[in-house]
Design a binder for this molecule. Structure first.
Ligand code: ADP
Ligand code: MG
Length: 353
C-alpha cells in the first residue's frame, strides 16, 4: 500500500480527503429517498411510502397518478355515494338486464362471490339494503334507528349472492333479484392491490400502501428495516397499539375489521356496521377485531369482514382449515380487557426473526 501510494505520489492526506469525499458521495442507507404522500379516498384516508433507491421517479408524479387511480376506483367504479359511479348504475339497473361491467368491477364481484361461498354466506355484498337501513350506508340515518322484524324480513328478501350472475369471463352481470350491492367490505383492499400492481409495474420493490387501515407492504424500509405493522387496540379512543408483527421483507397484505370505530349504542346495545346476512342485524358477539394476512388485500379485506360476522370460533376454524394467517381479539364477557387468539399461520409473523 505504502509503495503504491509512493509510486503514485498520493499523500496520505489526499487519500483521507478522497475517502471522505467517496463516503459523502456514497448515499448512506438512511438517506435513501422515500416518497411519502396521502390524502382522502373512499370515505377514509390513504397513505403511501415508496422507497426509491435509484431515484427513478418524481414524487409529485407518483402522488398524482396514485391519487387519480384511487379517485377512479372510488368515484367512477365502486362508490355507492357517487351518483354516477358504475356501481350506482348497476344498483339502479332493471332486474334481468345484461349489464356489461368494467374489468375492475368484474374482478371485485368475482372475488366477492368466491368469498361468499367460502364463508357460507357470511360475506355478502348484497347486504347493502340492511347496511343502509341500520344507518351505515349513504342514506341519512333515521330517527327510528332500530327496524322492526317485519321491515328486516322485507329487506332480507332482497339479500343473497345467488341473485348475482356473472358470465364466464365475468364481464357481463345479470341481477336475478332486486339486489343492491355494497362493496365497502372489499373495495379498500381491492384499491390497495391496484396501487401495489401499479408500483410493481413501475419497478418498485420496497413500499408501504395503506387505504383505510388495509395494507400491502413489500421489501424493506430504507436501512433494510422491516416494515412493522401494528394491530390496533379495539377501542374507540385515539389509536393505540395492541400488538405488532413483522413482514421481514415478504410481500404481504393485511386487512383488519372491527366493531369499535363504526357503530352506535342504543339502550345498552352495541350495534356495529358488520351485518349478519342471515339475521339482517348487526353482529353482537364478543369478537371485537380481526386481522388477516394474505397475498391479496382484497381477499384479506373480505375475509376479515366475514370473520367479524362469523364470530371467533367459526372464523378460527375456517382460517386454520384454509391455512390462513388470522388474529382475533375478543372482548372478555366481564367487559374488562381482551383475549387474543391467532392461527398457526399468524404466529410466523409475531417474531422479528
Ligand atoms: P372496516 O375496514 O371499515 O372495519 P370492513 O372491511 O369490515 O370495514 O367492512 C365493513 C363494511 O362492509 C360495512 O360498513 C358495510 O358497508 C359492509 N358490510 C357489512 N356487513 C357485511 C357483510 N356481511 N358482507 C359484506 N359486506 C358487509
Ligand atoms: Mg373488509
Amino acid at each position: 500500500m505504502k509503495e503504491f501510494l509512493q509510486r503514485h505520489r498520493i499523500g496520505l492526506t489526499t487519500l483521507v480527503v478522497l475517502l471522505l469525499v467517496l463516503y459523502v458521495l456514497q448515499p448512506a442507507r438512511d438517506s435513501v429517498q422515500m416518497h411519502e404522500f396521502g390524502g382522502g379516498t373512499m370515505g377514509t384516508t390513504y397513505s403511501v411510502k415508496v422507497v426509491d433507491e435509484r431515484e427513478q421517479a418524481s414524487g409529485e408524479l407518483l402522488a398524482l397518478e396514485i391519487g387519480e387511480l384511487l379517485r377512479h376506483l372510488d368515484r367512477d367504479v365502486m362508490s355507492t355515494y357517487s351518483e354516477d359511479s358504475e356501481l350506482t348504475e348497476i344498483n339502479k339497473a332493471a332486474v334481468g338486464e345484461n349489464l356489461s361491467i368494467s374489468r375492475e368491477m368484474a374482478e371485485v364481484l368475482t372475488l366477492a362471490l368466491e368469498i361468499n361461498a367460502l364463508t357460507d354466506g357470511a360475506f355478502d355484498v348484497t347486504v347493502g339494503p340492511l347496511v343502509n337501513r341500520w344507518g351505515f350506508g349513504p342514506e341519512a340515518r333515521r330517527s327510528d334507528r332500530i327496524p322492526s322484524q317485519e321491515e328486516i324480513d322485507g329487506l332480507l328478501a332482497r339479500v343473497g349472492s345467488q341473485y348475482l350472475e356473472l358470465d364466464a369471463e365475468g364481464l357481463t352481470l345479470r341481477k336475478t333479484g332486486d339486489v343492491y350491492i355494497d362493496l365497502s367490505g372489499i373495495a379498500k383492499g381491492y384499491a390497495v392491490d391496484q396501487l401495489a400492481h401499479y408500483l410493481d409495474g413501475r419497478g418498485f420493490s420496497n413500499y408501504f400502501i395503506e387505504v383505510g387501515g388495509e395494507l400491502r407492504i413489500r421489501g424493506y424500509k430504507p436501512g433494510n428495516q422491516s416494515w412493522v405493522p401494528a394491530i390496533e387496540k379495539p377501542v374507540d379512543t385515539a389509536p393505540q397499539v395492541h400488538n405488532i408483527f413483522y413482514a421481514r421483507g415478504e410481500p404481504i397484505a393485511v386487512a383488519g375489521s372491527g366493531d369499535y370505530r363504526n357503530y352506535f349504542d342504543q339502550d345498552g346495545v352495541h350495534y356495529s356496521h358488520e351485518i349478519d346476512p342471515v339475521t339482517g342485524r348487526p353482529v353482537t358477539h364478543l369478537l371485537a377485531a380481526t386481522y388477516v394476512i394474505d397475498a391479496e388485500a382484497a381477499r384479506a379485506d373480505a375475509l376479515a369482514t366475514a370473520f367479524m360476522v362469523m364470530g371467533t370460533d367459526k372464523a378460527f376454524a375456517l382460517a386454520e382449515r384454509i391455512g390462513l394467517a388470522a388474529y382475533f381479539i375478543s372482548k372478555r364477557p366481564n367487559g374488562v380487557g381482551f383475549d387474543d387468539r391467532y392461527t398457526s399461520g399468524f404466529a410466523h409473523y409475531l417474531s422479528a426473526d
